[in-house]
Design a binder for this molecule. Sequence first.
Ligand code: ADP
Ligand code: MG
Length: 679
Amino acid sequence: MPAAPAVAEHEVKALLREAGVPVPRGVAVPGTDFAAVASLRGPLVLKAYGPGLVHKSEAGAVRLGLAADQVAAAAAEMAAGLREQGVEPAGFLVEEQAAAGVELIVGLVRDPGFGPVLLTGLGGVWTEALRDTALRLCPVSEPDVRAMLDSLRGAALLHGHRGRSVDVAALVKLIMAVGGPGGLWERLELGEFELNPVIATETGVVAVDARYLPAPPAVVEPSRVPGTDFLPLFEPRAVAVVGASTGKPNFGTMFLDFYRETGVPLVAVHPTADRVAGVPAVPSLAAAEVDYALVAVPAERCPEVVRQAAGVPFVQVMSGGFGEAGRDGLERELVAAARESGTRLLGPNCMGVYSPRGRQTFVGGGLGPPGSIALISQSGGLAGEVIKVGERRGLAFSRVVTVGNAADVTPAELLGWLARDDETRAVGLYLEDPRGGRALYEALSGCPLPVVLLVGGRSGQGRQAAASHTGGLVSDGRIWAAVAEQSGATLVSGQDDLIGVLAYFQAHGRRRVAGDRVLVIGPSGGASVLAADAFDRAGVRLDPLPGGVALGGLGVAADGNPLEVPVGPRGRPDLVPRVIDAIVARGAYRDVVAHVNVQSFFTYGDSADPLHDYARHLADAQRTRPDLRITLVTRNGDCAPDGVEDEVRRIAAAAGIPVYRTMEAAAVAVAAGGRHGSA
Ligand code: ADP
Ligand code: MG
């Protein structure tokens, strides 16, 4: 990957010393005069440097434990060994040998999408074998660094293992000097940079190896047209469709049908006809007075159409056949055409916009209710599924936008706008492409709304051609996880969780909760035990109940969390709310997850009434407690007759309670909720 040769170790170490990173005392010897070595305190380490010496130990270019008077002979021997491998050392570094301790790795790489990334973890001989590392985007904060170190499987080695701990404060300081504000990451031409190992002991830290492979500065992308108001994209006064045929039905006519159904003022663009599929037509986009134009003509003709779009603030190019088909030149021409006419381009290769408030759509079956959930999706197909399945599950959308190749308008820019949109309370993001990752990270970090992130095609593979361990350990998949961690977004692993977490924020987004504890409550048995496991996997701790809660009077014997209470066709439908009352009177909770076994209502009962009764009592409990978020899990819903679950959902939704069919789905949502809404 990096073309430039590595900088010699002693030169990197000089840089490090300047930056406040402790390195061993040492001298560089370009020739054979080792007299200066006498000023060093043994035992000494001898290392050769020069072109071709990246992994020194493998080449036999490191000797430890030498006395000053042994260095010259050891160097001669080392040089001979290297020459046998065809490597001519440019010189030697002789340095003081640091005391043994915990060996760590601290590295930097420049990711093409996300920019400088910091990696740290267990280093030395353990680097490759354990791959126990954490990453973050630069600059990192001190809490980031501490969280990284705490996340290591080997964290115990740092915090006291067999009675020994290391100077964590010094380690954090070293990592901050590399990846923190004003750190080395800003001054180096990355490339790759790596300290491996940094030796940490009880008394301090020292970087005993340093590797730096500069790379030419990355090409800076031209900045986007700033400050676009996207409202006309989502709520256009009128829409034009370019490419609808007067003959065979095509994409254009399909969209004319969609738009006719939504009732948005509509015009077709057609070279000859004065009506297309019953819609009035004009011969050129230049003659259309609209805020939004949808273009579905063959790729080669798109630039010409876009050139006629002066006065139209947004043009969506639906057609494919651009960058995604290897035709980058045509895509650049399209963007240039948009610049020329002063329009903003959505796509190409995208489905467009869905916004019930603005009568915008790209899916059949009519518009759903307007709501508060936004979605930005790289895939039009997936966006269509999330809209339809989400609406079936009770989601209501404020704005949905698909970006396709994102040649002009990017997900980052849209997120920046949605973050300040009055109609939007949570944003879902589906992405496949880490291009523009840095801008997206910045938009995520600046977004006050909950964001749920689903990334397709996340690869676990590090960069194969990397010269450093750091490069080999940094993969897209791990960077996305770091981006979510650092920005507070929720990274989910599938479409169901994307919808599920958005549904949670739709229901609970406005509530300000008082506490930070989570209570799980429902019928006893294995399901309760499994619930605990599901929440544990999602990273949610279920604390024991606060002291002094007397539940005996309510007929509840146990006092654990998950709390086991009788719930079923013959149970009291108000028992769960009463138990919740008794518990939250003793300590503040952020979330209560109530679960029921739907099957039991129909195995031991014969009507849906007790279940609906239970749901109504839970709904009342939520209505009277705005500082608590109640979530309902309807396990084994398959056993309910048709329509029963819909009614439960309706009762719950009216009170702002999200409903899940599995504990796992609820746990993921409640975990996400932990990052938002504390009073
Ligand atoms: P390589 O290019 O093979 O990574 P290093 O400079 O990291 O070479 O040296 C190999 C190993 O030797 C290190 O992992 C470390 O354990 C040890 N080592 C190197 N320099 C020192 C030093 N100054 N003090 C203590 N140990 C050192
Ligand atoms: Mg090393």
